[in-house]
Design a protein around this ligand. Structure first.
Ligand SMILES: *Cc1c(COP(=O)(O)O)cnc(C)c1O
Length: 458
């Protein structure tokens, strides 16, 4: 195909946007394992979960059967402010690489929060408002999720309380201030405001905090304050459901120009962007209608898929969140302070874990310095400054395109460009100064964290 036969930006019209989320679980033969109560080790009941999350979201969390769930009109209204997000044909990158492969990427960075996370934040805030709640609590690491939820809460007039990992709170003042612009209250975690925070501070005075610890604090505040619930930005089934809008739009746009992807690539932290991007494609694969090669990309510093185990584990340090059966490195694993904050989670979505376990997708782990080199190569060709998380997908898309150069294959590669890197220039500075390290845990280290997995009889 010649240059320009397909437009560089493949847009959908507003009236072509999806009106329902797609629930990939409906087409999975092996459903993800149920969430367990960390106290009783028994499956969480709907009622128990409703103490933590808002009602409608609990329903979505537990719904393994309904394939399409309507997107509330109020949520569609806000989506239209920044969606459909563009699907780009990376002509310029292809040219610079000299590859016969066709590269497409779905760009989710065109909103103030700068990432795909707003897609789920809006849905979660909407259902909280509908239930008559006063507000929601959450944690944020690098700040993308906290920003997204702050935006969503301000739109729906909800109170938003964010526990931000202390090191990020100090190192990323701009993200912190953006959240405040949208009216959120931001507390560095661990804090003295919660029992779990006090306990952690007593045991580890001076700690910079971790995502697992911030989650525990946010959950504690939600369950002990009337009219509040907890919101999580990744991992959960409901979040993948909301993020399916990314894949549905991408597929609709590709269908519109008559292109079938051969390979789909995405970065994987908790699995929400990748899960959302691949959902409709995976549905076809599960139903035997089409085949796609699907690749999850993770950092070598936090290799949940490639070096973790498939087991029930805690999602948080305080061990008060539901147990998820997932690929995990152990809830005590604290990844090296790499710059892709959104990928530093010890576990993985239960849906993606089951699909990976059943052989429907592959995973690769990449080195941080290679990722930043790929990010620069990409921005010099395509103009967009990518987030470090997103650049993991870029790295593997480039590798795959270069393989096609050897074989002469005209593979159609689609990858998810989840966000922008404007708030990550500190990391780029480290890279430019040659101060960036590749942190790769040893087998012994990983083994030591595995010992602390809960003992669950299935
Ligand atoms: C949070 C984040 C990710 C990783 O989270 P997933 O749930 O795995 O998608 C990736 N990219 C960006 C820009 C993020 O903010």
């Amino acid at each position: 195909m010649k240059y320009n036969e397909i437009p560089t930006k493949i847009y959908l019209e507003e009236n072509e946007m999806p009106k329902a989320y797609y629930n990939v679980r409906a087409d999975m033969k092996n459903k993800p394992a149920p969430l367990l109560n960390p106290g009783t080790k028994k499956p969480f009941t709907e009622e128990e979960l409703c103490g933590v999350f808002c009602k409608e979201l609990v329903k979505q969390e537990l719904d393994d059967d309904t394939p399409y769930i309507p997107i509330p009109e109020e949520v569609q209204r806000y989506y239209k402010m920044y969606r459909p997000s563009p699907l780009f044909r990376a002509y310029n990158l292809e040219k610079k690489l000299g590859t016969p492969a066709h590269i497409y990427y779905k760009f989710e960075g065109n909103n103030t929060s700068g990432s795909h996370k707003l897609n789920s934040a809006l849905a979660q805030a909407y259902y909280a408002k509908q239930q008559g709640l006063k507000g929601v609590t959450t944690e944020t690491g690098a700040g993308q999720w906290g920003t997204a939820l702050s935006m969503a809460c301000s739109y729906f007039d909800l109170d938003c309380k964010v526990f931000m990992v202390k090191t990020s709170y100090e190192q990323k003042p701009y993200r912190r201030e953006v959240m405040k612009v949208y009216g959120a209250s931001v507390t560095p975690s661990p804090s003295m405001e919660t029992q779990v925070g006090q306990k952690i501070l007593q045991e580890h005075p001076g700690t910079g905090g971790s995502l697992g610890c911030a989650i525990s604090e946010a959950v504690e505040v939600a369950v002990t304050n009337e009219g509040y619930r907890y919101a999580l930005g990744s991992v959960l089934n409901q979040v993948l459901l909301h993020q399916s809008i990314v894949g549905l739009e991408a597929k609709a746009a590709l269908d519109k120009i008559g292109v079938k992807a051969d390979m789909i690539i995405g970065c994987a932290g908790g699995g929400s962007n990748l899960g959302g991007l691949i959902s409709p494609f995976m549905g076809e694969k599960l139903r035997g209608e089409a085949d796609y090669e699907i690749i999850a990309v993770e950092p070598q510093s936090c290799p949940s898929f490639t070096r973790g185990v498939f087991a029930y584990d805690y999602a948080d340090t305080g061990r008060i969140c539901p147990l998820v059966k997932m690929y995990t490195l152990g809830s005590d694993f604290i990844p090296a302070p790499d710059h892709a904050g959104g990928l530093r989670f010890h576990g993985m979505s239960g849906i993606l874990s089951q699909l990976y376990h059943d052989g429907y997708m592959k995973a690769v782990a990449v080195k941080q310095t290679d990722v930043f080199a790929a990010a620069e190569q990409f921005s010099r060709a395509e103009g967009i400054l990518p987030a470090p998380e997103s650049s993991h997908a870029i790295k593997v898309a480039i590798d795959e395109a270069l393989k096609c150069k050897e074989t002469g294959e005209e593979k159609k590669i689609l990858f998810g460009l989840t966000g922008t890197g404007y708030f990550d220039l500190y990391a780029f500075e480290k890279f430019h100064n040659g101060e960036m390290q590749d942190n790769i845990p040893t087998d012994e280290e990983l083994e030591s964290f595995r010992k602390n997995l809960p003992d669950i009889k299935e």
